[in-house]
Design a protein around this ligand. Sequence first.
Ligand SMILES: [Zn+2]
Length: 549
Amino acid sequence: MSAAERLRITGGTVYDPANGVDGETRDICIEGGRIVERLPAGAPTLDATGMVVMPGGVDIHAHFASSSCNHARRLVPDEHAADPAPAPVLADGAPARSGTGGTVPSTFTTGYRYAGLGYTTAFDAAVAPLTARHSHSELDDTPCVDGGIFVLMGNDEYLLRQIEAGERDRARDYAAWLLRAAGGYAIKVVNPGGVEAWKTGQRNVTGLDDAVGGRAVTPRAILETLADAANALRLPHPVHIHCNNLGVAGNYATTLASMETLAGRRAHFTHLQFHCYGGGGVEPWSSAAAPVIEYVNAHPEVSTDVGQVMFGPAMTITADAPVEYLLHKSSGRRWTNIDLELETGCGIVPLAYKDKAAVSALQWAVGLELFLLSADPWRVVLSTDHPNGGSFLSYPALIQLLMDRSVRDEQLKRVNPKLLAGSALADGLAREYTLGEIAIITRAGPARLLGLAHKGHLGTGADADVTIYSRDPDLARMFSTPRYVIKGGAVIVEEGQLRRAPAGRRLHVAPGYDEAVLRDLRRHFDRYSTVSFDNYPVRDVPGEPLAIG
Ligand SMILES: [Zn+2]
């Protein structure tokens, strides 16, 4: 059906937490790609009797459309050979593309598989501005999902110079210009200062007050500058923070210190699981999920996604090049390192999380503890940091772990318990997520945190993105094969089969700034960059930017 057509979804059990609907039988009406209050009698119907109806899934943090992903794809030809993805047979003979799967599927396959999972919106969480043009091209080829990119800042030379000079206002204007130049949606900071240090003899920073490259810039100042910039610019999503010391024993202290630094300011701390470890020095690794989630629970200005580790193959892709170097040395796996001039870096290491490996088992437990000890599902939402902690295809298995204690406890018996002493999960956590809570952490919550007023709910005026599941006692199966998926009013999955693959919309922002920054920026580009200032911005980002404010 075309977006202009009508559809009444009848008889389903609706979970629409943003509108206070928690498992009520009611009709959902669609017209012109939006949810509408009512339809005239005789409108086409889709019988969802006995089925579960939710808004389309919203992925707040994944890596699927960056130049880094392309490097990752190149690292694992064996994965492509093992997971060929034939072109789906679409309705009306519409053209479709074959591709490959694995931990980093090819572009079209990524879109098809997101749709097959009931996800209709996804953000690539780490794009170097210099490579934003590439990301937009990848998004052009990733159908079925509306999407956007988070733009990497915080290790970029121009920003560091402004902080060093005490020019916080100019730093804010620059951040606004850079978001527009990249066609971005949010400000992302990865290991503030640490990636810049990686390019020098310093190699990394370890504390919030370390001098970056011997200059008067610290991770703390970077965090404050970018958090304030995002909030002053009234961006729909606050600064999206990957803290210092990812993956290091004892790093929970850095995580708490980062949160305390930004106390009272809106901020999103991503893949929190990778930042909640105790131990260090002579002490063994341990879980420090409890003190961190206690802080999150008590501070409504803080939001997080978990970055759950799932057992199986993964691909670590991050701008945090120094941590990838450590991972490469400790795992012995092949790797890629990329330094981007004046901006950031990138490291990639393929990895497998094994339940018999003590650190993997600890990471798995820490993620589940964050979910199960969270007091507010609206602020602690689901991610695996795809494909870092596991593929997005593992979300259904994760939902099952959250909803079914017996499955969780069975898995807990099989994992290596060596580092689980003192873990709340090992001590027994009885909580089981409800369907309503799952609807929050997979769609309503991420949409709200992203400031997407038209996503993640089924109220009048919302985008008609709807996922309909057949009930199944096997929750992993239920969530991995939705019966119907509707995207912008079009039924794209019918009876579990992908039938349509419309292009997604681009989600981006265009904050205002004082144009006085341009003269200084041009001088900076002329002096240091191999790309000319005029050629730098991405042109023709599709779609209108979201209204701000
Ligand atoms: Zn990530």
